[in-house]
Design a protein around this ligand. Structure first.
Ligand code: GAR
Length: 215
């Protein structure tokens, strides 16, 4: 089996990167991480990659005259490394339409809400304020609109009485670390078929339903 070559873009602590590195450490996982790029120097994600023996690159966005120029530099590095799938893992920069288009159906993102609810920032605060009983995370294919694109995997968690944003974020993050490797595996195995705004997956669905409060 040839493993798909993956590039991961990060901007911060990299706990989702770690989940992908851990999954890819298993030789039977259908993807290998070949490059990690950060737009911010000295973030912890870079240390995680180095510890796993994965090459890293810092491309500071501030050094570029335009978004397109910055994206072109990332694109060059990804192509040079033979990357076939790009994973955004806490990458906090908007991407230009040209870059997104050139990685169509080959770039995925993880977002800390059940999309299409709560695109953008501060998702956990907003979920609590809205009085949600279920919240979660989404892995989706990246399209030019922010936090949009065909959904691959979602995981839901209950919002509990007394939750603050940090407690809820921690509960969601635990699921992010399962959802992201699962989505990458499905994509790398060629089990994702996209038609229009929807991704259809050749994968099992869970039994039953998560109901909060419990019936
Ligand atoms: C994660 O919660 C991820 O879902 C979120 O940033 C965090 C990064 O954490 N991404 C976004 O909000 C993108 N819209 P990590 O660096 O520990 O993976």
């Amino acid at each position: 089996m040839s493993r798909k070559k993956v590039g991961v873009l990060v901007s911060g602590r990299g706990s989702n990167l770690q989940a992908l590195l851990d999954a890819a450490a298993d030789p039977s996982f259908p993807a290998e991480i070949v490059l990690v790029i950060s737009n911010i120097p000295e973030v912890y994600a870079l240390e995680r990659a180095a510890k796993a023996g994965v090459p890293t690159l810092v491309i500071p966005h501030k050094g570029f005259p335009s978004r397109e120029a910055f994206d072109a530099e990332m694109d060059k590095a990804l192509r040079a490394a033979g990357v076939e799938i790009v994973c955004l893992a806490g990458f906090m920069r908007l991407l230009s339409a040209g870059f997104v288009e050139s990685w169509r159906n080959a770039m995925i993102n993880i977002h800390p809400s059940l999309l299409p609810s709560f695109k953008g920032l501060h998702t956990h605060e907003r979920a609590i304020e809205a009085g949600l009983k279920l919240h979660g995370c989404t892995v989706h294919l990246v399209t030019p609109d922010l936090d949009d694109g065909p959904i691959l995997v979602q995981a839901a968690v209950p919002v509990l009485p007394g939750d603050n944003a940090d407690a809820l974020a921690a509960r969601v993050l635990e699921q992010e670390h399962k959802a992201y490797p699962l989505a990458l595996r499905l994509l790398a195995e060629g089990k994702v078929n996209v038609s229009g705004n929807c991704a259809h997956m050749d994968a099992a669905a869970p039994a039953g339903a998560l109901v909060n409060p419990a019936p």
